[in-house]
Design a protein around this ligand. Structure first.
Ligand code: DX5
Ligand code: ZN
Length: 218
């Protein structure tokens, strides 16, 4: 089964609740929330208060992608705000094992993200402890960038690594996903598709979600 996680980074924040309602009614699985601090990536987005506010209006699974330095300092606040899963970047965590277990000890799921230039083998010794592995298919920081095709090979390698350990860890791809790149990512072995512009810049966000969901049955 393919899960779809629309990224609210490309929603219109003047009517964020309405945009979320559209994808929720269309049967989306998760909601992807991009948190950026202006240091780890050159952009600023939202914090725990926005997550708490949308939590009060939505039953969706909240998939929070932390593109920040020292993500451990924000775990408690995002758990309190209603996160179901927190993903941290390998590149921002010198003590990754500790951070992953801080998230799990807080009672929610833990994910780790890899930038396009980071090898999958960097996670070989922790992959069995992860609920989710996120492979970035753009350099993080902005929505609307083009999918980097070389990431398909990494998705393939990650799928083989997960299979070799019998792991049920979610394999997520994020960046430049549309119907075509989504199909390629699914063929390579992904089972969670993040999509920002493809969903929220579409005249019919709900239909865009359904078209990605259908990749799981084609
Ligand atoms: C990029 C973010 C992505 C972004 C995806 O740093 O992590 O989640 O919102 O947007 P699109 O789908 O437009 O590339
Ligand atoms: Zn993201």
């Amino acid at each position: 089964m393919i899960l779809v996680a629309p990224s609210i980074l490309s929603a219109n924040f003047a009517h964020l609740g309405e945009d979320i309602r559209k994808v929720e009614e269309a049967g989306t699985d998760w909601l992807h929330v991009d948190v950026m601090d202006g240091h780890f990536v050159p952009n600023l987005t939202i914090g725990p208060q926005v997550v708490a506010d949308i939590r009060s209006r939505s039953e969706l699974f909240f998939d929070i992608h932390l593109m920040v330095e020292k993500p451990e300092s924000l775990i408690a606040a995002f758990v309190e705000a209603g996160a179901d899963l927190l993903t941290v970047h390998y590149e921002s965590c010198p003590h990754l094992h500790r951070v992953v277990h801080m998230i799990k000890d807080a009672g929610i799921k833990a994910g780790v993200a890899l930038n396009p230039a980071s090898s999958i083998m960097l996670l070989e010794d922790i992959i069995s402890e992860l609920d989710l592995l996120l492979l970035m298919s753009v350099n993080p920081g902005f929505g609307g960038q083009s999918f980097i095709p070389g990431v398909l090979d990494k998705i393939n390698k990650a799928r083989k690594l997960l299979e070799s350990t019998g792991s049920t860890t979610y394999l997520q791809v994020d960046g430049g996903i549309n119907l075509e790149t989504g199909r390629q990512a699914v063929e390579a072995g992904c089972n969670v598709l993040v999509a920002g512009s493809y969903v929220f810049k579409s005249p019919e966000p709900g239909e865009a979600v359904k078209s990605l969901k259908n990749l799981g049955s084609s």
